[in-house]
Design a binder for this molecule. Structure first.
Ligand SMILES: [Fe+2]
Length: 388
């Protein structure tokens, strides 16, 4: 067995109604004024009412900032970092899906590290030198896992690419996972973010960088998603399914922070920069097509995925058992009613070369279970374009 390091620096508070703990948690992390980052949609929902009620009940001093859009850009990060500095706040709370949490991670970092976020992006001129000011994340979706990880994805609109800042110093100090806040999430968001979580679990499990702890986490996340995603999409009020999906997302994110990701996230990041395809939609669409290419890289692990997703592989050869994992994900994709072809999301064949060019530099392609070249990425896109 190879040597490994395992990290899970974020403290997790999980439970229905755990949002009430927010003021005490802020005090524990140093107190002071709170810069509360969200988006205009979440700010108008009962989620923000619950967060504000908790802060008011605790007598907290806070400033709500909602001048944000999906997929933070360099300009948005730099402007928000300035607003945070001007506010005099000493702690950040992010409420939302992956975008507000990624934005919060970047702006908390820029309070203690000089310059523009542009300089800290992958391939940039600066590296993070100092720990961020404290950040607490309250995810309102069960999928991105941004509340647990060391990366923040930022759009460079001049070059139509998404890049990331990755450093342990930007990992949130704490995450409040409150499944009650997920009850109003629309089915398409539940489905697409849930498939993002499944992509984290599967890509980390078959990654060349996988280790025993990330393997255990990834498999359990797959079991939970296989057993609960359909119910969470069909009946958003089912708090048990919501709770299981929230746990699945959490542990899948810890799995991928340690085990890594693969080609699905590489293509999704490229499509996100070029076409603004939402992260969960891209991953949920591409996952089974990429598995169809990757399963030859590790029959035993793809067989394990099939079993974790509830498939009976008794009596099948290793190859046939592994392929049932691909079929199981196609079935799940169909059942939760997400887009299943690139045609459906208006990606055209003439777009493929730019998507491929954006995918090839993706750092984690190096740990994909099969070594993939341009031709392979094109093959995945061609299959995903036509569907099966
Ligand atoms: Fe993801």
């Amino acid at each position: 067995m190879k040597d490994f390091i395992f990290k899970m620096p974020t403290r997790v508070h999980f439970g229905n109604g755990v949002t009430k703990k927010l003021p005490d948690l802020c005090k524990e992390l140093g107190g002071g004024k709170i810069f509360l980052i969200s988006d205009p949609v979440i700010a108008s929902t009962p989620i923000m009412t619950a967060v504000k009620a908790a802060l008011d009940a605790g007598g907290a001093d806070y400033e709500l900032f909602t001048d944000t859009k999906p997929d933070p850009t360099i300009e948005m990060v730099d402007n928000t970092a300035k607003a945070l500095a001007d506010s005099g706040a000493s702690i950040v709370v992010a409420v939302g899906g992956g975008s507000p949490i990624d934005l919060a991670k970047a702006v908390a970092m820029l309070q203690t590290n000089e310059g523009s976020v542009r300089e800290y992006l992958f391939g940039g001129t600066k590296t993070v030198q100092n720990p961020s000011i404290p950040l607490i994340a309250i995810p309102t979706t069960a999928g991105t896992g941004s509340e647990m990880t060391a990366a923040t994805v930022i759009g460079d609109m001049q070059n139509n690419i998404k890049l990331s800042v990755t450093h342990d110093y930007i990992i949130p100090k704490a995450a409040l996972i409150d499944p009650q806040l997920h009850v109003g999430m629309p089915p398409i968001i539940t489905a697409s973010t849930g498939l993002d979580a499944l992509t984290h679990a599967i890509e980390s499990y078959v990654s060349l960088n996988a280790e025993p702890i990330s393997d255990a986490l990834g498999l359990h996340a797959m079991r939970l998603i296989g057993a609960n995603l359909r119910t969470a999409v069909a009946d958003g009020n089912n708090i048990e399914a919501r709770s299981n999906m929230a746990v699945a997302s959490l542990i899948a994110s810890v799995a991928f922070m340690n085990g890594g990701l693969g080609v699905v996230h590489g293509i999704a990041q490229s499509m996100g920069g070029l076409h603004h395809t939402p992260h969960g939609i891209a991953n949920g669409l591409l996952l089974p097509y990429a598995m169809d290419r990757n399963y030859v890289g590790n029959f035993r692990k793809f067989r394990d995925i099939a079993v974790a997703l509830g498939i009976d592989v008794e009596g099948l050869s290793d190859r046939d058992a592994a392929y049932t994992a691909v079929e199981a994900v196609f079935d799940l994709q169909e059942d939760v009613r997400v887009p299943r072809t690139l045609k459906e999301i208006d990606i055209e064949e003439k777009d493929f070369q730019a998507i491929i060019d954006g995918t090839m530099p993706y750092r984690l392609l190096a740990v994909n279970p099969c070594k993939l070249v341009e031709k392979d990425i094109r093959g995945i896109l061609e299959k995903a374009y036509e569907g099966r």
